[in-house]
Design a binder for this molecule. Structure first.
Ligand code: SF4
Ligand code: SF4
Length: 406
C-alpha cells in the first residue's frame, strides 16, 4: 500500500459493488491483509435511524460491498460497529435497523454491535491537543484492521463531515454531548476531533459519495446523487480532497488542519497520487451551510464579535413537525432546552439562548427534522453592546446636526 494514494471511482449503472471493488483495487488495499484470521471492525456513519434514500447514514450497499470484498480476501471475523448520535438507550440499535445496515449484516452473516453494548476501555490520547482521555469500546484496541466508511455530508457546525469526524462515533452516546459541552468553541472541538481520531486511526477509508447531503447537513440537508466512491489511507488528504470535490475551501474546515498538526496526514494535495477519475471529472459544487467560520484575517476582538454575536443562530422548533419525543432536551449538553410541560402554554420545547453552546446536537438528532437554526444578522447587531453603542453615537450625531441646522 502507498499512504499517498487516493482512488476516485464513479458508480455506473447503480453498480455500487463494482465501484467499491475498483476503488480498493486501485490503491491495492488487499495488501492490508497481513495475516490469517484478522479481526476487522467496520465503522460506518449511522448517525440516526433514517432510510438510505435520505443520505444521513452510510448507504447499506456500500457497507455490503466492503463486507463482500473482505470475505473475498478470506477474512470472516467482521464486526460492523457504531455509536449513534443519540443518548437514549437502544438508539444505536434502532439506527442500525432504520438505516438498513442491520439487514445487510444479517444477510451477509456478519456481526453488528453498538459500541456501548461492549465492555468499557479508557483510552489515553498521546500528545493531546485538548482531550487527554476518553471511554470507548475495547473493540478499537482488539481490531487487527479498522475500516472507516464515512459519508460525504455538509455540516452546520464543522462545514464538512466525512473521514475524521466519523470517528467521533467511537465515543459512547452521552459522552458525545459532554464533549460538545467541554469543547464548545469551533477551534477546541476541531482539536478534540483530531485527538479522538488519533486513538482508532483507521488503516483504510472507503468514502460513500453515492448519495450525499448538501446545505443543512448532516441530517436535514438536501440529497445530492454524486455517484462517487473514494478509497485511501490518509484521512487528512481524503477530507481535503472531498472539500475540493464539493467546492469547499479545506482551510475553512478547522479539524483538517488540527489533524495535520497531529501528524495524521497531509492537506497538501500535490503530494497525493490520484487514481481512477480526475478530480475535475467527479466534482460538483455543493450548497455549503451559511454558518461558516470566518477565514479572512480580522483582529481577534472583531473575529470573536462576528463569530460569537453577528453569526449567532437562534434555535427554532417547528410546532407542525415536533412530536415532543424528548430527544432534544434529553441530549442537550448545555441543558438549554426545557420540556414544554414545565412551561404550560407552549407546545414545543423552550430554548434558553444563555445556556446554548451551539453544538447543533438538537438539530442533528431530532428524528422529525423539527429543529431549525436561523441567523438574524440585524437583530444580532442591534441587540449587542457594539451595535447599541454605534446606534447611540449615530443617534447623538444626527441629533446634534438637526439641532445645529434646524
Ligand atoms: S424538536 Fe424534535 S427532538 Fe425535540 S421534542 Fe420535538 S420532535 Fe423531539
Ligand atoms: S439547544 Fe441545541 S445547540 Fe444549544 S446546546 Fe442544546 S443541543 Fe446544543
Amino acid at each position: 500500500m502507498d499512504f499517498n494514494q487516493i482512488s476516485l471511482v464513479k458508480v455506473k449503472n447503480e453498480n455500487i459493488e463494482q465501484a467499491v471493488y475498483q476503488a480498493l483495487e486501485l490503491i491495492n488495499a488487499a495488501s492490508l491483509f497481513s495475516k490469517n484470521n484478522m479481526k476487522i471492525i467496520i465503522k460506518p456513519n449511522i448517525l440516526m435511524s433514517k432510510e438510505p434514500e435520505r443520505a444521513v447514514t452510510t448507504h447499506p450497499e456500500v457497507v455490503r460491498a466492503v463486507i463482500k470484498w473482505i470475505k473475498l480476501n478470506n477474512h470472516k471475523d467482521i464486526i460492523v460497529a457504531e455509536s449513534s448520535g443519540t443518548s437514549s438507550p437502544g438508539a444505536t440499535e434502532r439506527a442500525f435497523e432504520g438505516s438498513g445496515i442491520k439487514m445487510v449484516c444479517e444477510e451477509e452473516n456478519v456481526k453488528w454491535t453498538s459500541f456501548e453494548k461492549t465492555e468499557r476501555k479508557e483510552y489515553v490520547i498521546k500528545k493531546p491537543l485538548v482531550f487527554e482521555k476518553f471511554i470507548s469500546s475495547p473493540l478499537i484496541e482488539e481490531a487487527d484492521l479498522i475500516i472507516n466508511i464515512p459519508k460525504i455530508k455538509t455540516h452546520w457546525q464543522c462545514l464538512l463531515t466525512c473521514c475524521i469526524k466519523n470517528m467521533f462515533g467511537t465515543l459512547l452516546l452521552g459522552n458525545k454531548a459532554k464533549t460538545h459541552a467541554r469543547f464548545s468553541t469551533q477551534d477546541m472541538f476541531s482539536s478534540a476531533l483530531a485527538d479522538i481520531y488519533s486513538v482508532s486511526n483507521p488503516q483504510l477509508t472507503v468514502i460513500d459519495g453515492y448519495l450525499c447531503q448538501e446545505g443543512k447537513g448532516p441530517s436535514k440537508g438536501d440529497v445530492v446523487k454524486l455517484d462517487l466512491i473514494m478509497a485511501g489511507y490518509d484521512p487528512v488528504a481524503l477530507d481535503s480532497t472531498v472539500c475540493k470535490v464539493i467546492g469547499l475551501n479545506p482551510n475553512d474546515v478547522k479539524y483538517i488542519k488540527k489533524a495535520e498538526e497531529k501528524d495524521l496526514g497531509t492537506s497538501d494535495l500535490s503530494n497525493i497520487q490520484f487514481l481512477g477519475e480526475s478530480l475535475s471529472a467527479v466534482s460538483k459544487t455543493f450548497k455549503i451551510p451559511r454558518r461558516r467560520p470566518i477565514s479572512v484575517p480580522l483582529p481577534s476582538w472583531l473575529a470573536d464579535y462576528m463569530g460569537n454575536v453577528v453569526f449567532r443562530a437562534t434555535v427554532k422548533f417547528d410546532p407542525k413537525k415536533c412530536k415532543l419525543c424528548s430527544t432534544c432536551w434529553e441530549n442537550c449538553p448545555g441543558d438549554a432546552i426545557t420540556p414544554p410541560e414545565i412551561i404550560k402554554k407552549e407546545n414545543t420545547p423552550i430554548w434558553n439562548k444563555n445556556k446554548c453552546i451551539f453544538c447543533y446536537c438538537c438539530a442533528e438528532l431530532c428524528p422529525y427534522e423539527a429543529v431549525n437554526f436561523k441567523i438574524n444578522y440585524v437583530k444580532n447587531i442591534v441587540f449587542s453592546w457594539p451595535g447599541l453603542c454605534f446606534l447611540i453615537i449615530f443617534g447623538t450625531i444626527i441629533g446634534i446636526l438637526l439641532w445645529i441646522f434646524l
